[in-house]
Ligand binder design. Structure first.
Ligand SMILES: Cc1cc2nc3c(=O)[nH]c(=O)nc-3n(C[C@H](O)[C@H](O)[C@H](O)COP(=O)(O)OP(=O)(O)OC[C@H]3O[C@@H](n4cnc5c(N)ncnc54)[C@H](O)[C@@H]3O)c2cc1C
Ligand code: FES
Length: 296
């Protein structure tokens, strides 16, 4: 497996014990998506916390339950970490009602993380649909912190409508960086009159933009690594589009968001065949996923 794993942390020997984190800032990304900037209440937790880019956590609210979110910040940032979630149900609805200063529970970090070394010198393609952007966004910020190590960068973020796009201000910031192309796209019909982005589904836009990026930078398809997250149907079509351009399955990486409970390999909720997504994932390459049983 190309990705790497960290030792699973334990909180005072209890695998399921959440640590308290305070919401120090809330960013309203869209009407139903929030970013929480979080800091540990206990200074000892703060001092001992570290994570790999791409890992996830279990975020909990007393009386409501736990939800699994990617850690959407870059480990290069100090003093806080972030999650970004869409309000889709019981826990996320309550989380959305919280205010700055409120305290929630956190378990993690869990899962594997991106292999940054393997990306050095490569041209990188990021394709994110809707709330699938946070697991890719943390990687983009980590890459940009050491921009010189990497080749051309293409970021495609799509959503149903322009109102559902997230991280729009930082996408504008990235687009000013040399060698970085950022494309916002909305599904047909989701664009306002004054829309200056693309109209089309993420896989289509990726299929059009990657050859342009390679031509601009005089690079070749062999040098590309791609990272995608979003609805399963989008991921499948992104893989098809990239394979159609000549990428191998090993060059394409995806984050699987299978439903989880324990996140520590105990409950059997997340597994696909013999693969425990919470332990061996959530990041896999497309070759690994193709070898899994059909429910992947
Ligand atoms: C590794 C991983 C990373 C994730 N990262 C993020 C993230 O960064 N931001 C984010 O908003 N969400 C993320 N998710 C999805 C998130 O965990 C669920 O949306 C959330 O737990 C729903 O909680 P809830 O109690 O509000 O919803 P519930 O009341 O439990 O469910 C509401 C609806 O959402 C569906 N649902 C619940 N969990 C999932 C899931 N994992 N996949 C698809 N549908 C689901 C339910 O079937 C139901 O229809 C991630 C999931 C995984 C496994
Ligand atoms: S979530 Fe329990 S085994 Fe993976």
């Amino acid at each position: 497996m190309e990705q790497t794993s960290l030792q699973q942390p334990t909180a005072a020997g209890n695998l399921y014990l959440p640590r308290q984190v305070r919401i120090r800032k809330i960013i309203r990304e869209t009407h139903d998506v929030r970013t929480f900037q979080l800091e540990f209440v206990d200074p000892a937790d703060r001092a001992s916390f570290s994570y790999g880019v791409g890992q996830f956590g279990e975020f909990s609210l007393f009386g409501y339950g736990e939800s699994t979110f990617n850690i959407s910040s870059s480990p290069t940032w100090e003093g806080y970490f972030e999650c970004c979630f869409r309000n889709v149900g019981q826990v996320t609805d309550r989380l959305q009602a919280l205010t700055e200063g409120d305290i929630i529970g956190f378990r993690g970090p869990y899962g594997n993380f991106y292999d940054l070394k393997a990306m050095e010198g490569k041209d990188l393609v990021f394709a994110a649909g809707g709330i699938g952007f946070p697991p890719v966004r943390c990687l983009i910020w980590n890459i940009l912190a050491e921009r010189d190590k990497y080749g051309a960068i293409l970021v495609v973020h799509g959503a149903r409508t322009h109102r559902d796009l997230i991280y729009t201000a930082e996408m504008d910031e990235w687009s000013k960086i040399d060698g970085v192309t950022v494309v916002k796209t909305v599904d047909p019909g989701g664009e306002p009159e004054e829309w200056d982005g693309e109209v089309g589904f993420v896989p289509t836009v990726v299929g059009e933009q990657v050859p342009d990026m390679l031509a601009r930078h005089g690079s070749s398809i062999d040098n590309v690594l791609a990272y995608t997250c979003g609805p399963p149907v989008m991921i499948n079509f992104v893989i098809d589009a990239l394979e159609g351009l000549g990428l191998t399955k090993r060059q394409i990486h995806l984050t699987l968001e299978n439903k989880m409970k324990c996140a520590v390999g105990k409950c059997g909720r997340c597994n696909i065949g013999s693969t425990y997504v919470c332990l061996e994932g959530p990041i896999f390459n497309a070759e690994q996923v193709a070898a899994m049983p059909d429910d992947a």
